[in-house]
Design a protein around this ligand. Structure first.
Ligand SMILES: C[S@@+](CC[C@H](N)C(=O)[O-])C[C@H]1O[C@@H](n2cnc3c(N)ncnc32)[C@H](O)[C@@H]1O
Length: 439
């Protein structure tokens, strides 16, 4: 695809924006060809510069907004448009959510799947919500300093941002301090990234380093952790190489329920949902919509560390979690024990190639929850009827996958009873949603 694209150029054009694409770009038509315009909103007239041309569409940037949409707001971040982290800061957050819902419903309608009820969107803080991130680090000789942040939207450079309003504020406000810290290290050119993870109380920073660190660098990093009250971990190699630098004991806990009655130990390299507040709303909504009774058996596919599994286990007879990553399966078992929950079992399986002989495939289940990655759950959806579940809750982080799988699930005797979006990633075009299928 990339090879077929040509560089843009030419004179700036004036266009009218008709709608918003799934990636949050304005859509215009020029001589019948679709143009995706970064930074433009529906209803606006903008002057654009085409940057890239492909056969089916062109890509452009908005140079000037000639007639602004009433929904336009001033982007909060001076690096908006350069930094690749956000794509919708110029649209009011209420409209962001409404647009995501509208696009999801339109895609579902286009696929011919009837939605019986639209759930109210789950909403939380629009800023400072992101508890988990991978920050790029780069010593830029030309600038004579270190940059810490996200990659640029149009290039693989680290954007020069200094601070970030989307990250949890304890880290977002300290990107400059982090850059200064690394600038002062002997190893400043040999630290490619920092993983960030936080729970209700603590923030953990994992410094990936390519060479052994000098004693002086170890002291500088530990001092920073003490001064800023951060957990500091080092990662010299793969995920197994993690070691605590400061303090000696470090623990983060995922709390899927607002009452904190379940605590799942996790680390910065584990998959957990990035937005703690929305995650708790999401788990509560899934529990409610699945209508699990105390005698029921539940199947939780793509279970990760047990974010849904353990809350479901407290309300049902038993839950079976299935997950592809063997380390996560082991951690999920540990988490169940840690919480004194003894009615769960776990299997490691590649759900892109499910084995019909697996014990969990050969049983029926009262209720089913699935929370696949962006690629969706096509293969398991194709055989979902075998489980005979009365209700299925499908948590999705990619609308096109959900829509594709919804058709497959519907065709096995389910109706799409409820569908709603969750504002898990404000200021970005990512759409998280939940669908309830009823047999
Ligand atoms: C969106 S996460 C959801 C995790 C968990 N439900 C949660 O809420 O934290 C998707 C999970 O699917 C797992 N996964 C990805 N591809 C998979 C596959 N082919 N088979 C099984 N699990 C897979 C990932 O390891 C990850 O834990």
């Amino acid at each position: 695809m990339a090879r077929r694209r040509r560089a843009g150029g030419g004179k700036p054009l004036e266009v009218a924006i008709e709608s918003l694409s799934h990636e949050g770009r304005g859509i215009a038509r020029v001589n019948g060809k679709t143009v995706f315009v970064f930074g433009a909103l529906p209803g606006e007239r903008v002057r654009i510069q085409v940057r890239r041309r492909a056969r089916q569409y062109d890509e452009a940037d908005a140079l000037e907004v000639l007639e602004a949409s009433p929904q336009r707001v001033a982007p909060r971040c001076p690096a908006f448009g350069v930094c690749g982290g956000c794509s919708l800061q110029h649209l009011d957050n209420d409209r962001q959510v409404a647009t995501k819902q509208h696009n999801l419903l339109a895609q579902m309608a286009h696929a011919g799947v009837e939605v019986e009820e639209v759930l109210p969107p789950l909403r939380g803080a629009a800023w400072g919500y992101r508890d988990k991130a991978r920050l790029g680090v780069k010593y830029v000789a030309k600038k004579g300093r270190v940059l810490v942040g996200f990659r640029e939207r149009k290039a693989s450079f680290i954007a020069d941002i200094g601070h970030c309003d989307v990250l949890l504020s304890r880290v977002g406000e300290r990107l400059d301090a982090l850059a200064a810290l690394i600038d002062g290290l002997d190893a400043r050119a040999r630290i490619p990234q920092i993983e960030v993870a936080a729970d209700r109380e603590h923030v953990q920073l994992v410094f990936r380093h390519l060479d052994p660190l000098s004693p002086a660098d170890l002291n500088r990093l530990a001092d920073f952790g003490r001064a800023q009250d951060f957990f500091i971990q080092l990662q010299p190699g793969g995920p197994d190489s993690l070691r605590n630098l400061h303090p000696d004991e470090q623990a983060l806990y995922l709390e899927p329920l607002a009452d904190a009655s379940i605590r799942i130990p996790f680390g910065a390299l584990d998959f957990v949902q990035v937005n703690r507040e929305i995650n708790q709303q999401m788990v509560a909504q899934a529990l409610r919509l699945l209508e699990v009774g105390p005698d029921e058996r539940v199947l939780d596919l793509f279970c990760g560390l047990g974010n849904f599994t353990l809350p479901l286990a407290r309300r049902s007879a038993s839950v079976c979690g299935v997950e592809g990553d063997a380390t996560m399966v082991a951690r999920a078992r540990d988490a169940a024990r840690f919480n004194g929950i003894d009615n769960t079992e776990y299997y490691r399986a590649d759900l892109a190639d499910p084995d019909p002989a697996s014990p969990w495939m050969r049983r029926t289940w009262d209720k089913l929850l699935l929370d696949p990655p962006r690629s969706g759950a096509r293969e398991i959806a194709a055989d979902i009827g075998r489980f005979e579940a009365r209700r299925i809750v499908y948590v999705s982080c990619q609308p096109s996958s959900l829509v594709r799988d919804a058709v497959i699930i519907r065709d096995q005797g389910y109706r799409l009873a409820q569908l709603g979006v969750m504002d898990m990633f404000p200021q970005t075009a990512h759409v998280e949603s939940m669908a309830v299928f009823v047999r």
